[in-house]
Design a protein around this ligand. Structure first.
Ligand code: NAD
Length: 248
């Protein structure tokens, strides 16, 4: 049976991704820093802080003992801080980069022997459209996601041909992270539902994504039967948000 490790598994996109892989017949190992008591019984839920390197190495050893290989790794865990750059402290900057970028490297590095052991394997980093186009008050997050896209290309070159490394770049997805960001966002005074509607209206698709739509893109890039010739790619899944000129 193919084995997938998914980080940030208790979040919006994480839960949908766990479900998409389960439906596709994978054995899923789910990591999150917070508990996920509703995880399906056939999922191995491990409470792991991906920014804690010792814990990552220890938990990965347990995965190795149990399965001996990993067919897919999905680096999905992330945090977001929305505030002007001059108000962002170095500690906040480091925290964002530690979870969103450094942990992708730390977890991937720890997973490498298990990915190699699978024969053919895939890493999917969950980046963001903020890697390629961004807005005010989200610099630390945007920089971390830009770094993750660069890491995708670097890893794809080093780990080819047996391990394919790609990224998904979601646009706005209806999850806790999006709602928290909007509630602190720059359109002060407007409620979150109104901001969600305004945001949806500006995309070509006229709506934000459901987490399941991102999960399907992740599964596509993880599955060697579906995407065997795709290496180092950043797949934008944003309802057309980034294709429109802001000057039009
Ligand atoms: P979410 O907040 O619902 O889920 C994120 C999950 O990551 C949470 O369960 C959280 O506990 C976990 N996490 C945070 N820090 C961790 C750590 N140190 N160790 C382990 N787990 C940790 O957010 P989401 O929207 O589901 O985001 C999933 C991914 O999608 C993230 O990489 C995010 O940057 C990306 N993304 C989201 C959107 C969006 O609009 N929601 C858009 C673009 C990209």
């Amino acid at each position: 049976m193919r084995v997938a490790l998914i980080t940030g598994a208790a979040g919006g996109i994480g839960r949908a991704t766990v479900e998409a892989f389960r439906q596709d017949g994978w054995q899923v190992v789910a990591w999150d820093v917070r508990p996920y008591p509703e995880a399906p019984k056939d999922v191995w839920m491990m409470q792991v802080d991906v920014s804690d390197e010792d814990r990552v190495v220890q938990a990965m050893a347990l995965v190795g003992e149990r399965f001996g290989k990993l067919d897919a790794l999905v680096n999905n865990a992330a945090i977001q801080i929305t505030k002007p750059l001059v108000e962002t402290t170095p500690e906040e900057w480091d925290r964002v980069h530690r979870v969103n970028l450094r942990a992708a490297y730390v977890v991937s590095r720890a997973a490498y022997p298990l990915l190699k052991a699978a024969g053919r394997a895939a890493v999917v980093h969950v980046a963001s459209v903020h890697a390629i186009a961004t807005s005010a008050q989200i610099a630390a997050y945007a920089a971390s996601k830009g770094g993750l896209l660069a890491l995708t290309r670097a890893m794809a070159i080093e780990w080819a041909p047996d391990i394919r490394v790609n990224a998904v770049l979601p646009g706005a997805v209806d999850t806790e992270m999006l709602r928290a960001g909007l509630s602190r966002g720059h359109v002060q005074g407007a409620d979150v539902e109104a901001q969600l509607r305004a945001l949806a209206e500006r995309t070509v698709a006229r709506r934000v994504a459901r987490p399941e739509e991102i999960a399907q893109a992740i599964l596509f890039l993880a599955d060697d039967a579906r995407s065997s010739f795709i290496y180092g790619h950043g797949l934008v899944v944003d309802g057309g948000a980034t294709i429109r000129l802001s000057t039009e």
